[in-house]
Design a protein around this ligand. Structure first.
Ligand code: HEM
Length: 211
């Protein structure tokens, strides 16, 4: 007996979410690992000066990327709430608290292409996903350097207890807006974002060069 045809009406938003985010995770896994190694907060000997340089490096990338994302009209949906996801101001506040001038931080010029809705979402996957790993980083900063949200680590504590909820909201928005055939463009943008950030970290932070 032949299998019955698959009725696309039975492919739910949850299925799309599962598949797309599974593909995104698999498609960027080795790049996540590379970037993780260049964010060496978990290493012995990581000190306050290393941390300040790392915050400067993050600002040098997040600032131009967020500026470009903000320029994309297609990302201006209330369901995405892009403005509330921009975290560059937290990095600036952290630097000020740590006694540095955020305006002197170098800015990355080699950025991922951010011309289309899907490229924007692929990039945002990386930016928003980083809040998940940031929870581990925040705990470490607190244990080793006694840094909290109020004393120079607000970026890595972004969203506080709502990290999981904000991530789920992002996933829902993406799943409702992206068709399965659009996955490749989004994954490519996520890969480019990871790669550009990886290269940038290699040129900015002294601790990365020391490793
Ligand atoms: C020491 C540094 C880092 C550590 C230890 C780390 C660790 C993690 C962990 C444990 C998760 C999974 C969390 C979960 O499933 O609940 C995660 C997810 C993620 N991280 Fe990182 N991370 C780090 C840095 C970064 C950075 C700098 C970025 C981006 C520039 C990033 C991007 C992502 C993304 C996109 C995800 C979502 C993966 C997915 O489930 O699809 N991470 N990270």
């Amino acid at each position: 007996m032949n299998n019955p045809p698959i009725d696309s009406a039975f492919v739910t938003t949850a299925d799309v979410q599962l598949n797309l985010f599974d593909l995104l995770r698999k498609g960027t896994a080795e790049l996540h690992e590379l970037v993780e190694r260049r964010v060496p907060v978990l290493r012995e000997g990581f000190n306050l000066e290393d941390y300040i340089q790392l915050v400067e490096s993050f600002l040098g990338f997040w600032a131009p990327v967020e500026e470009r994302l903000s320029r994309l009209d297609t990302l201006r949906s209330p369901h995405l709430a892009l403005q509330s996801r921009l975290k560059c101001s937290l990095l600036r506040e952290d630097l000020l608290i740590l006694g540095r001038d955020p305006d002197t931080a170098r800015k990355c010029e080699r950025l991922p292409r951010l011309d289309t809705f899907l490229q924007g979402l692929g990039c945002l996957y990386v930016i928003e996903g980083s809040t998940l790993g940031s929870q581990i980083i925040a705990r470490r900063l607190n244990e080793k350097l006694q840094l909290s949200e109020a004393s120079g680590a607000s970026f890595f504590n972004a969203y506080g207890k709502s990290v999981g909820a904000r991530w789920m909201e992002f996933k829902h928005f993406v799943s409702a807006s992206v068709k399965p055939e659009d996955a490749d463009e989004m994954i490519e943008a996520a890969r480019q974002t990871f790669l550009c950030f990886y290269e940038w970290l290699g040129t900015t932070s002294a601790i990365v060069r020391r490793l």
